[in-house]
Design a protein around this ligand. Structure first.
Ligand code: AMP
Length: 174
């Protein structure tokens, strides 16, 4: 098992990407290190094994890298929250602002049964706009957010403030 420090060292700062003034946290060195990637998924699986999660919702695209393998480990369903126009059936949508852009995420209508227990998973919690949008999608379906899990949180952006009332887990913090 890698230590938190070793995992943190595999996330690289990219200054002024995608726009000037943003320090982008590049997780691809961690993803390309098989031991480290497996360690992250194993830690998440250990945490959520007894949470009675029905399905895991991951955000396109980097959230999929953690949400889908975790869903396989826990044998839950995986629900992709996708950018507009990617899902073929009827969708519900939520527009939002993130650290360096505005965007929109969609899920298939009726994919989350009312009352189901949903774990939301993404790579980075920055300002919290993306995560909050996804909580709205879950709520709109009458489902419950068990927790939001992130590989890393950018604490200085105070994303948790937008997610008041939700339980949040960040494996690593900057
Ligand atoms: P936010 O909505 O501001 O919390 O932004 C979170 C989403 O945008 C996540 O899906 C991240 O992949 C991405 N993101 C935002 N800021 C960064 C950053 N500084 N480094 C890497 N990813 C980021």
């Amino acid at each position: 098992m890698q230590t938190h420090k070793q995992l943190t060292e595999l996330i690289r700062d990219v200054p002024d990407y995608p726009t000037k003034g943003i320090t982008f946290k590049d997780i691809t060195p961690l993803l390309s290190d098989g031991e480290a990637y497996a360690c992250v998924i194993a830690r998440l699986a250990d945490r959520y094994r007894d949470y009675d999660v029905d399905c895991i919702l991951g955000m396109e695209a980097r959230g999929f890298c953690f949400a889908a393998p975790l869903a396989v480990q826990l044998k839950t369903g995986f629900i992709p929250a996708r950018k507009p126009g990617k899902l073929p059936r009827e969708v519900i949508s939520e527009h939002y602002t993130l650290e360096y852009d505005t965007s929109c995420l969609e899920i298939h209508k009726h994919d989350l049964p009312a009352g189901s227990r949903v774990l939301i998973v993404d790579d980075v919690l920055a300002t919290g706009g993306t995560a909050r949008a996804v909580t709205q999608l879950v709520k709109a379906q009458g489902a419950d957010v068990v927790e939001l899990a992130f590989l890393a949180e950018l604490s200085y952006l105070k994303g948790k403030d937008l997610l008041d009332g939700f339980s949040i887990y960040s494996m690593l913090a900057f």
